[in-house]
Write a protein of this length. Sequence first.
Length: 507
Amino acid sequence: MSRSFRNLKRVVHREGLFTLLGLSVLVTLLSLAQTAHAQQAQPWKQIPIPPLHPFHPEQPKRIELKNGLVILLEQDHELPFINGFIEMRGGSRDEPANKAGLVDLYSEAWRTSGTASKDGDALDDLLEAKAAKVETGGDVDSTSVSWSCLKKDEDQVFAIAVDLLEHPAFKADKLTLAKQQAAASIVRRNDDPSGIAEREAAKLVYRADSPYAREPELATIKAVTLDDLKQWHDKTIVPNNMIIGVEGDFDAAAMEKALRDAFENLPSGTAWPKPSGDFPGPKPGVYVVDKNDVNQSNIYIVGLGTLRSNPDYFALSAMNEIFSGGFASRLFQDVRTKQGLAYAVGGGFGASYDHPGMFRVVAGTKSTTTVKASQSILTEIGDLKTKPFTDDELKRAKDQVLNSFIFNYDTKEKVLAAAARLEFYGYPSDFLEKYRDGIERVTTADLERVAKKYIDTSKLAVLIVGNQQEFGTPLTELGMGAPHPIDITIPGAPQQGPGVPGGEGEQ
């Protein structure tokens, strides 16, 4: 009997209304209550869900100057702010191996040194007074200048950004300071177990000498000179190597004129070469970093991923969602919910724009369940090839991907950033629209095809960062041979003894 029936019956008895007339009223009331209860009990799945609206974000205006420089303008008059960036091709993957860390030092000393007419400290004071900023940065494949300010200060702040781009100072004391900060980061890099796992996983997938995996060392940052910074600047600051994006409250014609006046007369230079290299993937096996000052393990199971330009990218994205996309995913349900082996678990088949991404599954578990958690994850990975995908799994995956997709591009600033990425890597401007269409066309047959094509546990490496003495079960139980120890000693760092980051206790 429902709660509505019971409550109504108590009221009737308490008031002494069990007369013939009362009984008739009671039947009517109970019938109405039962109908209302049935309506309320309808499951949420019965709620009609309308189809998604067409995805056609307003693309920024694209202008290509005669010297090859590309400008992207995205007007947004909602607030009186203007944000801009100048992106240059060439990043840490392009620096000499014996001077690893050059780009980081360059991007730091570039801004702090200031310009030929105003030093970095004076720029800090000026910009702080205007609640504005001009910053420089470096990444694996690019360096950049960016600015942000109120609309009324755009002319002055933009002039500072251009001055920094065209007349950098590069001062010795600022390079020394950047080196000191980099050295402090290097000698402390073994403090964080997850940071160790991330770093060593990249080395396993891309190999230690790969530009996508190498790390700055004390010796390599020491080797960087002021001349190196200047030479890097001269090599990368050429118009056909640059993309400029501006978003905010401005007049498009006036902004285009200002950018043309600043950059159109710059001479073109040598086009930046496209990335190349071999990507053999990891050597299969078990690798361990024995860190004796922790009581839990970071598990990384890694392999080589793919490119976003791969036609199978859409099916792989849907497969990733089914595999590890959320609380209802296969990986989460088995490893965390059913077995309770990990407080965090996730990953999938990664894809980058211009080089293969990384396949990785990451988990955190207590030391004593390290081997069991690793075994369970490997089983789930292998099951992608043998356990059939269901229509319900695919529908849920599509819903999750497509309904969350729009939030990556729900502001003009995000749309501009996405357009700049596509321009930077040479992707078609409608790639985002094709992504949505590609996901919608994925079938269970596509999932089974890509799983069989790309998933191979025999080509994976298992990396564990943890306290090996507390594992309980030997790592040989994973059936991948004897574990390979990884030495994370920091070359040139003081040897401070067991248990201290960088010391003998972490070798």
